[in-house]
Design a protein around this ligand. Structure first.
Ligand code: GLA
Length: 658
């Protein structure tokens, strides 16, 4: 995989930042905003994300006076600007004049204006208006000394990641024609001999709109690829204008690497970024919220090719968009922020500066809450700003990891399509379970693309990698051949990139590596479990597995296939053919990590991550802990010789050897 060139972030140290939406407030509030930003140590703000309607109040007029004023105030206040191109949400005059830019869902329903991101990624009309705004912004602010970073649109694909309209249909046909060249190649890839789906021309192809029965899965998979590429292409269009007019300012767009947003293949996007930036919100719908944060951080670092990245958005406390929006308890803001930094973030920013008075996000937390400056939240923000200043030298250092967890958006899209052996199997859950087992052991994992360089890892974990290219099995074989450990779990290696079964027995691509062969899947009914002969429990999945070269580590004691292997090893290549429960997953992860010689630190609830010469310790338990470390603890400025003591609910950042 190619990655963007290495680059440091354009802000100083580990910057504190936030989205700033001054158009929501009277001018009289702005000077106080700047003063409070200075008090909190805000280093940069993202400006203009949703300003289009105020910057272009009518189709024929611009109004930059108010924006110039706020840019000037920020600059005078010493606050840098991540300047948004302001194209995320078109104003009503544009959607009224050009309703053809609106997105359409798979059932053919138009998604009407009245919220945000009301635009089709393939719309040339939208693009014309948006690029005019980008050029105007770039000409006006491209050499302003406060502007350190360009921020293309906002969370490209948030709400409009896929569109099924006729304009998208035409663009999809062009994309397919570029990919396949010849319609017969598309027919082969999509397996259209099935159900009389043979196409005679690209013109007959539609986006995968709602069908009477199961749609063609490769059609769906290609539409997912197209949709990701289409927004990347849109990013490039804005980027090219910015580069042309404002060549010295780096460019980013904020990614949404997350467990509930699957539509962008960020491995494909990252090489186009000068800075990889990422938005993360704790997801309280999941059982292990901080494990999920660790996972997305490790994946964001993987997307950034191991380089530092920028946390562009997070929340100081609750969001507004989950079923119940849980608030952070005192102390959690610092710990959560440092978790991002420990895992590679060189800046910590939030949505948003001041909590809105009106609109759909008025109950979303902010740096300045509705209660104002005199609040626990603002005092915590000030403490956070001070803490980030103290650890500014961490910026630029790299996280060290012994373990790689393989991840691929293509595999996610394909694995979660319908008509599979079990609708209960979700790729993200499988990856989370193994990533968190590894991190709970105290190991650090990079989450990387399957075709990454795996040469430095002691253990490579391959959870439920349903779709793989031909290159992956030989790369894993090379890891095993040099004595590294490889752990593959159920429903991996099943199909090629066209979603065609790899014949001859499962797990297709990995049969030889693992020394096993499986003839039939036997998934379990929801709620049903199975016991292994080592006493451990599992659910979801079993399969009719035989060993060819592998030895059996554990077999099923009951369930549909008693006596059949459930866990095997072929030297250092392990196969887990079922979904072990969390306890059994942890036990197996521990056994393999120990054999592999994986470096471990920390204990349950105490996260220890090494970034360059810096050791981060996050103590989420109710007890004080002592962790081996020698050097200077930067948050307190004290020395530690042999151990650092971290009180309950607190954090430490030790610069070792000082
Ligand atoms: C996203 C958006 C922000 C805001 C937050 C709320 O990250 O980019 O504009 O809506 O969600 O959590």
């Amino acid at each position: 995989m190619s990655h963007r060139p290495s680059m440091t972030l354009p802000f100083d140290g580990i910057a504190l930042g936030c989205d700033y939406n001054p158009e929501q407030w009277p001018r009289s509030v702005w000077p106080e905003d700047i003063a409070l930003m200075q008090e909190a140590g805000v280093g940069f703000v993202t400006l203009g994300v949703f300003s289009w309607a105020k910057l272009a109040p009518t189709p024929d007029t611009w109004d930059f006076g108010w924006f110039d004023e706020i840019v000037g105030l920020l600059h005078e206040g010493g606050i840098a600007i991540d300047m948004a191109t302001a194209t995320a949400a078109p104003p009503p005059w544009l959607t009224a004049a050009h309703p053809e830019i609106l997105t359409v869902d798979a059932a053919g329903h138009t998604l009407w204006p009245g919220s945000r991101q009301s635009w089709c990624p393939s719309s040339p009309v939208f693009r014309t208006y948006a690029l005019e705004l980008v050029r105007t912004m770039a000409q006006r602010y491209g050499d302003h000394p406060a502007v350190r970073l360009w921020h293309v649109s906002n969370e490209l694909g948030c709400h409009n990641g896929r569109c099924w309209c006729d304009v998208s249909a035409a663009a999809f046909r062009v994309w397919l024609s570029d990919r396949y060249g010849d319609i017969e190649k598309l027919n082969d890839a999509w397996g259209t001999a099935f159900w009389s789906q043979h196409y005679t021309s690209f013109e007959e192809v539609l986006p995968p709109r709602i069908t009477p029965a199961v749609p063609n899965p490769t059609h769906e998979l290609d539409f997912a690829r197209f949709s990701s590429d289409e927004l990347l292409d849109y990013h490039r269009a804005e980027r090219d204008v910015l580069r042309d007019v404002s060549p010295d300012v780096p460019i980013t767009t904020n990614f949404m690497v997350s467990s509930h947003q699957s539509e962008q293949d960020y491995f494909a996007w990252a090489p186009d970024m000068d800075v990889v930036s990422q938005d993360h919100y704790l997801d309280h719908r999941l059982p292990h919220i901080h494990a999920e944060q660790a996972f997305t951080d490790d994946l964001t670092r993987g997307v950034a090719g191991g380089e530092p990245w920028l946390l562009m958005e997070s929340a100081t406390s609750a969001v507004n968009w989950q079923p119940v929006n849980l608030a952070k308890r005192p102390g959690e803001l610092l710990l959560d922020s440092l978790q991002h930094v420990a895992r590679g973030a060189d800046g910590v920013a939030f949505f948003q500066w001041r909590a809105s008075r009106a609109g759909g996000e008025k109950f979303h937390s902010a740096l300045v809450p509705h209660a104002g400056r005199d609040s626990v939240k603002f005092r915590e923000v000030v403490e956070l700003g001070a803490a980030l200043k103290k650890i500014g030298d961490v910026a630029g250092s790299r996280v060290r990891a012994d373990v790689a967890v393989l991840w691929d958006w293509n595999a996610w899209w394909a694995c979660d399509l319908g008509s599979h052996p079990s609708g209960e199997l979700h790729y993200i859950d499988a990856v989370h379970r193994w990533h968190s087992a590894v991190t709970d052991l105290g190991a650090t994992a990079d989450v990387v693309h399957p075709e990454s360089d795996l040469s430095g890892y002691k253990l490579v974990v391959v959870p439920t990698l349903y779709l793989v290219s031909d290159a992956v099995a030989p790369a894993l074989q090379a890891v095993a051949d040099r004595g590294g450990h490889v752990l593959v779990t159920y429903f991996s290696g099943i199909v090629d990139e066209a979603d065609h079964i790899r014949l001859g027995g499962y797990p297709g691509a990995f049969r030889e590596l693992l020394g096993v062969r499986s003839e039939e899947f036997a998934p379990l009914a929801p709620g049903a479990g199975v016991t292994l002969d080592d006493g451990s429990h599992a659910d979801l999945w079993t399969e009719l597995l035989t060993t060819t070269d592998a030895s059996v580590v554990a077999s099923y004691a009951d369930g549909p296939l008693p006596g059949t292997p459930a866990i095997t090893r072929n030297g250092t290549a392990w196969y887990v053919a079922t979904r072990l429960d969390e306890q059994a997953t942890a036990a197996l992860a521990e056994r393999i990590a120990t054999e592999a010689g994986v470096t471990r630190a920390g204990s349950p609830g105490v996260e220890v991550v090494r970034r360059g010469e810096y050791l981060f310790v996050l103590n989420r338990t109710n007890a004080d802990v002592a962790v081996p470390a020698t050097g200077t603890e930067l948050l307190s400025g004290t020395s530690c010789n042999g151990t650092v003591t971290v009180v309950a609910g607190a954090a430490a950042v030790v610069q070792e050897g000082t």
